[in-house]
Design a protein around this ligand. Structure first.
Ligand code: TYM
Length: 328
């Protein structure tokens, strides 16, 4: 079986963007691939985190994985920090990375822009992400569009390591969905929907109440004109809402467009709100069940055990290839 791996940061609340661009696809892949999905808490601390909030968010994201349909009997679900090999290979790959290529990452540029105290972790973030992926000899990495550049760097680092020290890592392929790889913000069709946005109206959180979802969608920005037409260039906001409609209802964009031919934004938004509420309802119900059952600890323990077995053996190979004295 080919191997799939991906991760999500436990920072802020997960959004519909995380769901459509990533988690939904994890669920579809888990039966056909040897799957590893983690909560990347070591990545979250590249910006300051309040300890109690980090703890709560970490457990919440792990529970959301399962609520969304990941099956712990199939996929290993674990915390990145429960597998020490991540931090260790992260360091080894940091020493293989160039300042220039790290400084070129758009996520780094966005997050550091205008700040005079930039945490060093923000810069070396992609080398840790490369470690996450390479430790498992992952073949496929399902991510949204914004992670494409990090995946390219991961491939470069894998190639560089293999060239210098001999074949050690599998060079992974990104798996970016054709529809929904970049869900946009509800208040600006040119910015991606983000859990770190200060405007809570700009995103739909997976745990938003039905009333909040309806309110946010009714207030979502729409383009001039009145037709429901998919045209990203000229109608970015309506096109984004159509993408969300298609992804939450299981229809194609063409079907959505045909269904709303001749109708106005009002009717479309009303239906969209119901489609989103219905898509999230089972997830939210399962989420509360899991949080109150206390199952999550055992799931994470099993996941970490499976992950550690794979990661540790890759780490040992990589260290030996680099010339570290083996521990006997
Ligand atoms: P993160 O936590 O920012 O986002 C998690 C996943 O959600 C996707 N995503 C989106 N997709 C569509 N539309 C959006 N608006 C949207 N916002 C987020 C992201 O592309 C991502 O797939 N560096 C990663 C986490 C990471 C990782 C890894 C991923 C760490 N190690 C190893 C894969 C493999 C990140 O910050 O994702």
């Amino acid at each position: 079986k080919l191997r799939v791996l991906s991760g999500i940061q436990p920072s802020g609340k997960l959004t519909l963007g995380n769901y459509i661009g990533a988690i939904k696809n994890f669920v579809e892949l888990q039966n056909d691939y040897d799957s590893f999905f983690m909560v990347v808490d070591l990545h979250a601390i590249t910006v300051p985190q309040e300890p109690a909030a980090l703890r709560e968010q970490s457990e919440s994201v792990a529970a959301l994985f399962i609520a969304a349909g990941l099956d712990p009997a199939q996929a290993a679900i674990f915390m990145q920090s429960h597998v020490p090999a991540h931090a260790e290979l992260g360091w080894l790959l940091t020493t293989l990375s160039y300042m220039g290529e790290l400084e070129r990452m758009t996520q780094y540029k966005d997050k550091s822009e205008g700040k005079d105290a930039i945490g060093a972790g923000l810069l070396v973030y992609p080398s840790l992400m490369a470690a996450d992926i390479l430790l498992y000899n992952s073949n496929l990495v399902p991510v949204g569009d914004d992670q494409k550049q990090h995946l390219e760097l991961t491939r470069d680092l894998a190639g560089r390591f293999n060239y210098r020290y001999g074949d050690t890592f599998v060079v992974p392929e990104p798996l970016i969905p054709k529809v929904g790889a970049r869900i946009m913000s509800l208040d600006d069709g040119t910015k991606k929907m983000s859990k770190s946005s200060p405007n809570v109206g700009s995103y739909i959180a997976l745990l938003d109440s039905p009333e909040d979802i309806r309110k946010k969608i009714s207030r979502a920005k729409t383009d001039l004109g009145r037709e429901i037409i998919f045209d990203v260039q000229n109608k970015p906001e309506v096109s984004n809402l159509m993408t969300i409609f298609a992804q939450c209802s299981g229809q194609t964009i063409e079907q959505v467009q045909a269904a709303y031919d001749g109708q106005g934004y009002g009717a479309f938004k009303k239906d969209l709100a119901e489609v989103v509420v219905q898509a999230l309802e089972p997830l939210q119900k399962k989420y509360s069940e899991i949080r109150s059952s206390g199952e999550i600890q055992q799931i994470l323990r099993d996941g970490a055990e499976r992950a550690n077995a794979v990661a540790q053996s890759t780490l040992i190979k990589a260290k030996e290839a680099m010339g570290f004295l083996p521990q006997v």
